[in-house]
Design a protein around this ligand. Structure first.
Ligand code: ADP
Length: 498
């Protein structure tokens, strides 16, 4: 028990030492090792099954021959008597070889009545017929081992014999033994051939298996090499694709796609960081300028108060800009939970119109609210009231801001299939066609809007909020003015979707 434990511990230590060698930890080696393990086990099972079937088959053949022979001698004994039987035994033993076959006849009480030449064999208890045999008419087959008579110094391995013992009508027992040397050598040959074949197959299988596993892993190595060679500034590197359309190629393509998205995201991140830095610098420089001028001026309390008020305004603008940026980031990433309630868009618009009426009046702008539906018809959506109010306010604020004195801003509600639609139309300055693709980007402001106050974040926030509601926002513009269209899933449609 202790020795087994020691061997087990020794093996475990060796395995640990072996696994420290990097080569033995590689996937191709492990794959080959596992594959060879499975392959050898299956081969051993197949060999075992074939071997057992072969043993049974050879044994059956032998038993049939022995039975036929025993029946033949029983007939001779019955018809021609003991003498003919004895002669038959002698003849057959001589023709087969007395070291390969023997024949005996026993009386019911175990005395030998006739026998072929048994002089070369040592006597054996196994040759004495069993007492129970006389009671059964069934022949009995045995496997026995006989040893030759030798001088003391000679080594004697002995030979294996298949033995049939059969009781015949007279009550006597016929016993025939035949050497199974031939069958044994057939089986040994089979074992040898199989062992050699297994060694060759394992060697070839191991070699080619390792070669194929290594080849299959080359693609993964390409991805690993590319991943390790990517530094801070060389995100442009891609895994080279092979011309075979295999799954490693798919992995390489997926990896390249991921790199591409990371590159775009980092680019956007860089852009946003640059924009934020730039947009923050301007108001902070302005605030600093005000403070500096006041400091250099007279120590007039009025001027200080004016400076404090300007600084508060500047800081408010900054706080507003930073919270809008955070709101956009949170809405885009989906980390805000929308407070969805059933809303009538007509109500939201009426509230916004009331809110912006004074501002429009100051600019001599007329705001009108139209609906393409019957006046009593509600335009219901499932929405976050505060956030949708903000979207409509931003659109209305822009429409008034970018429409000159005396213009007109029209808000229209309607339905478009499964969507509720709100259109904000103005008779303002319009947006240049090269600015249109960019106006929803963060901090983007068209050049001609620079004279008007604004942060360039209003439309970005509007788009984020609308996207979070699974809606769309779009713009059409000409020199006569702009139309912003907002589409949101109708309440029953969004209920179906949810
Ligand atoms: P801003 O604070 O500059 O208004 P927005 O994100 O709300 O930022 O708008 C981005 C830009 O889109 C504006 O700077 C302006 O150039 C353009 N824009 C938005 N609405 C209108 C409009 N109704 N008429 C003309 N230009 C508009």
């Amino acid at each position: 028990m202790e020795i087994t434990q020691q061997i087990y511990n020794r093996l475990k230590t060796w395995l640990h030492i072996l696994l420290r060698v990097p080569f033995f930890r590689t996937t191709p080696f492990r794959l080959t090792f596992m594959y060879l393990g499975v392959f050898s086990s299956i081969s051993a099972i197949v060999f075992g099954v074939v071997y057992i079937s072969l043993v049974l088959h050879l044994q059956n053949l032998k038993d049939t021959v022995l039975l036929n022979s025993a029946q033949e001698y029983a007939a001779i004994y019955k018809q021609n008597g003991l003498l003919m039987l004895k002669n038959g035994f002698q003849r057959e033993a001589t023709s087969q070889g007395t070291d390969r076959a023997f024949f005996q006849l026993f009386s019911a009480n175990g005395n030998t009545l006739a026998s072929s030449d048994m002089s070369q064999w040592q006597s054996s208890d196994e040759l004495t017929p069993d007492k129970s045999l006389s009671e059964s008419n069934q022949p009995i087959f045995h496997l026995i081992r006989l040893h030759k008579k030798t001088s003391e110094n000679e080594h004697n391995h002995g030979s294996n014999f298949r033995l049939i013992s059969m009781t015949i009508d007279s009550g006597d027992v016929i016993q025939i033994g035949q050497s199974i040397e031939l069958e044994e050598s057939t089986l040994n040959e089979y074992q040898e051939i199989f062992s050699i074949a297994l060694v060759i197959m394992v060697a070839c299988g191991g070699f080619f298996g390792f070669f194929l596993a290594r080849k299959a892993m080359m693609g993964v190595k390409r991805v690993t090499d590319t991943a390790t060679s990517i530094g801070r500034n060389d995100l442009g590197i891609r895994v080279p694709l092979s011309d075979q359309g295999n799954d490693i190629n798919e992995l390489a393509q997926a990896f390249n796609g991921m790199l591409e998205r990371i590159e775009i995201l980092l680019g956007e991140f860089q852009q946003v960081t640059d924009n934020v830095a730039h947009e923050l610098r301007t108001p902070i420089t302005r605030i600093r300028g005000i403070a500096e001028t006041t400091l250099k001026g007279n120590d007039d309390l009025g001027e200080y108060k004016e400076m404090a008020a300007s600084i508060i305004d500047g800081c408010d603008d900054l706080i507003e800009m930073i919270s809008t940026m955070l709101e956009i980031a949170k809405t885009d990433s989906g980390s805000v939970e929308l407070q969805l309630v059933p809303l009538d868009l007509n109500d939201l618009i009426e509230e916004a119109v009331d809110l912006f009426a004074p501002m429009a009046e100051d600019k001599g702008i007329t705001i009108q609210f139209k609906t393409s539906l019957s006046p009593m018809h509600q335009v219901m959506v499932n929405g976050d009231r505060r956030r949708l109010q903000r979207v409509i306010s931003n659109l209305l604020d822009n429409a008034i801001k970018y429409t000159p004195y005396g213009g007109m801003v029209t808000l229209t509600t309607g339905m478009n299939g499964q969507y509720a639609a709100v259109m904000v139309t103005d008779t303002g300055t319009g947006i240049d066609h090269h600015d249109i693709p960019h106006i929803f980007e963060r901090f983007y402001r068209a050049d001609k809007s620079r004279s008007t106050a604004g942060s360039g974040l209003g439309l970005s926030l509007a788009e984020s909020i609308v996207n979070a509601h699974h809606g769309r926002i779009s713009v059409e513009s000409s020199a006569q003015g702009s139309i912003f269209t907002l589409s949101l899933p109708l309440k029953h449609a969004s209920q179906l979707n949810s």
